[in-house]
Design a binder for this molecule. Sequence first.
Ligand code: ATP
Length: 452
Amino acid sequence: MPTDVVTMDKIVSLSKRRGFVFPSSEIYGGLGSSYDYGHYGVLLKNNIKNQWWRAMLQERDDIVALDSAIIQHPRTWEASGHLAGFTDPLVDCRTCKLRFREDHLAQSACGRKPSKHPGETPECDLTESRDFNLMFQTTVGPVQEEGSTVYLRPETAQGIFLNFKNYLQFSRKKPPFGIAQIGKSFRNEITTGNFIFRTREFEQMEMEFFVPPSEAEQWHQHWLAERMTWWTSLGLRPDHLQLRPHDADELSHYSSATSDVEYLFPIGWSELEGIANRGNFDLTQHAEFSGQKLEYVDTATGDRYVPHVIEPAAGVDRAMLAFLVDAYDEDEIEGEQRTVLRLHPILAPVKVAVLPLVRKDGQPELAREVYRDLRERVQAEYDEGGAIGRRYRRQDEIGTPWAVTIDHQSLEDRTVTLRDRDSLTQVRIAIEDLADEVENRLRHPWRSPKLD
Ligand code: ATP
């Protein structure tokens, strides 16, 4: 296998150059680790989320969807344990005035001597660590008083537990069944960084799967396998993915077992998704704090129990970073260097580009006609500006799997060439067959050419 040429710097620069991700508030000097998603970033992120919804909702009949509020009743976070326990250990350096996570010192750089870690130089003067709550706090209503303090949710999961009762009533589901949600979460992380890997505002895809207590372990195993298959079926190279069970001292306050799906990013193996067995912690806590019964009653047998919960929780932004990293490649065509995103076609922001070879002789008119037909079926893009080679390169850089070229022959026999991003093969095909061909190709299983 050739060596992987990808680095985080190359991803950051391509993302900005090609309109995937911009540093936020740039005209004001930026706001550390806040990012805006540009046109192609939005398309890519939407495709990732759509594939997640597809796997959760369309391909199964035991999961239903939810979109809950970001600001919930503040008691939520007392019950969930976040108010007391969602903290990271914070240390300050009195010399360089920077703040660090005590458990991340080995990965952090000293403020004055970046080649050293904090605490490593004689001048470093670190405070004792203290717990720092990661929840963003704000107030509801015009008066800043005790009673109106609320929090931006640090995970989407709690909105699901708060709606458990509604779902038992309306959805006609009984355990085992799941509730899935995608939405923004907020964490006032002490140390952010590595581009969109760790930010303070991010998007999560979480599903809580409610099961009879005796089946919890079996369903945990089921979801570990399902989620690994999802990541690889969307093209992530299997040798860059691993499942890592948490050690006992790493487990969250609610979890009896968690395994992380980790991806080999340029920064090393890092978490993409956590798959936890949350037991009955959350429903029990919310039942106690709300005074409501949050249990399942089997009307046939009279059995009642508090379901246990298996939770696959993934980050959309981290997923996008992993797909970009996995897809990034460089090669040479006819002596010219090319950068190409070998994205799974189903994830590619644009599926097909339509390019007239020249901007005359009726080619643009026919190309626009082809483009109008294609965009009824898939995300397509029309481009007539500049040399054809440069237009191909541009599409390669945003990961467009196919390009249609209209040439002089097209005007005579209504055929076009269809170019493949990875193999670079070009086939001639009738315009009337084009949309079907693209849709057929989209349905094919796909394997990263970086594995060859
Ligand atoms: P980490 O150990 O990296 O802080 P975590 O274990 O706290 O993550 P979870 O609470 O399990 O994360 O959240 C589920 C998923 O949400 C993570 O696997 C990750 O993909 C995403 N996520 C969590 N925190 C962030 C963040 N600050 N920025 C971007 N994505 C995040």
